[in-house]
Design a binder for this molecule. Structure first.
Ligand code: GLC
Length: 410
């Protein structure tokens, strides 16, 4: 069994600590990037993508298909919405995008055509034989240049997706082609939105004062309601995962170098579910001087941070049984990685507030957030002073897609 280098572990614990001063800087830099970005987005690390949507009125209604694509699973839902806050899921079909040994639509071996054919098949299953015309809202959770509400071009993959033939393409055209091939022309894609925008509009449909929508899951990103986008109201997708005015520590740099797109998505690589477990793995590999790659998930990290089966998880994933007193170090490292993650996320919300000066309520969706009261508390604590409230968004991505479709055909 390997030896633990305690100094390496202790140093890493310090590297992942985040000070109040550092968080104040993040908040300030974030505000500056927004304000610079409103003038000329190319000069900032925030993409500031207009969504072609403003807040819903609450009167939106009808039955729609919602396609939710952008994380580990793809989901198609048939949803009925009526009046502020009311919705019913009539049917839901879901599939992972990769299954070991069978298929992986996120890999470079897959093409956009194959991916959208797979999605069209799920749409067909959700329809259960119905051939009535139906409008579809698509939550596509990647940085996209919106051509209008119905059409968006993928700028570049994030979250380590590599599927060929989608970057630079209009994803609505790819979807429409796939629908045609399956004789599903009566399905009309009328809106394509980011998942943060879906979270914001679905929560604003239900309650007042929601002005920020955020995803804290495999990926991380935030959008907000901008009252003055070239003189108009507009929900703007910040693509805040790309925010780069940050201090990276040695493990952040290592992770970035090994990633699919070095230099990009720096905030996301410090906070999101796709990466926090990897940061932990990198530290343990070094501290245990291991050649083998470890595979800690964000869920493992949340358990370790709360000292739930910590020693057992370390032993399983890193093949090392912590000795007396060592478990506390492993717990502390997990807690620091996650505390830094949630505190950075909160600092960006504060940064938006410093820009808009209008007290927002924040809707947050995503598995990492929803499943971990531990992270919810850290975010809430960081926002307490500013009196900013947070809400968990339920079915945000799907409900938002349905509302966007309703807004498109209004
Ligand atoms: C990544 C994507 C972004 C999305 C986020 C959450 O950051 O680039 O568009 O909102 O993940 O899914």
């Amino acid at each position: 069994m390997s030896e633990l280098n305690k100094i390496t572990l202790q140093n890493a614990i310090t590297e992942f600590e985040i000070t109040a001063n550092a968080l104040t800087d993040v908040r300030k830099n974030f505000t500056e990037e927004i304000e610079k970005g409103l003038e000329s987005p190319a000069e900032t690390s925030l993409k500031m993508l207009p969504s072609f949507l403003t807040l819903p009125t609450g009167d939106e209604s009808g039955t729609y298909l919602a396609l939710d694509f952008g994380g580990t699973n793809v989901r198609v839902l048939k949803i009925k919405i009526w009046k502020r806050g009311n919705y019913k899921i009539l049917k839901k079909t879901e599939s992972p995008l990769k299954t070991a040994g069978k298929f992986d639509f996120t890999a470079a071996t897959a093409t956009g055509e194959e991916l959208f054919d797979f999605i069209a098949k799920l749409i067909e299953l959700t329809l259960e034989g119905s051939t009535d015309e139906i409008y579809l809202g698509h939550t596509f959770s990647f940085p996209s240049e919106q051509l209008d509400l119905a059409n968006a071009k993928l700028i570049s993959w994030t979250k380590e997706f590599k599927t060929k033939g989608v970057e630079g393409e209009n994803v609505t055209e790819l979807l429409t082609k796939a629908l045609k091939k399956r004789n599903l022309d009566f399905v009309k894609p009328v809106a394509v939105i980011n998942d943060t925008v879906a979270t914001l509009i679905s929560s604003a449909y239900i309650r007042e004062n929601i002005l920020i929508g955020s995803i804290y899951a495999t990926g991380h990103n935030t959008c907000y309601f901008e009252p003055n986008y070239n003189g108009k109201e507009m929900i703007i997708n910040l693509e805040s995962g790309g925010f780069s005015k940050l201090e990276q520590n040695s493990y952040d740099k290592l992770l970035d170098e090994k990633s699919e797109k070095p230099g990009e998505q720096l905030l996301e690589k410090m906070v999101s579910g796709r990466y926090v477990g990897e940061l932990y793995s990198l530290v343990l590999q070094k501290a245990l001087n291991s050649e083998k790659l470890f595979d800690f998930s964000s869920l493992d990290l949340c358990n370790i941070a709360q000292n739930i089966d910590a020693a057992k998880i370390i032993e399983e994933k890193a093949e090392y049984a912590p000795k007396d007193g060592e478990t506390a170090l492993f717990v502390k490292l997990a807690a620091n990685i996650l505390t830094r993650s949630a505190s950075l996320v909160a600092a960006t919300f504060l940064g938006i507030y410093s820009h808009t000066k209008k007290l927002p309520a924040v809707a947050i969706d995503g598995s990492l957030y929803a499943k971990n009261p531990f992270l919810q508390d850290i975010i809430a604590d960081n926002l307490k002073e500013a009196d900013i409230k947070t809400f968990k968004a339920d079915e945000g991505s799907a409900l938002g897609a349905a509302i966007a479709a309703a807004l498109a055909v209004k």
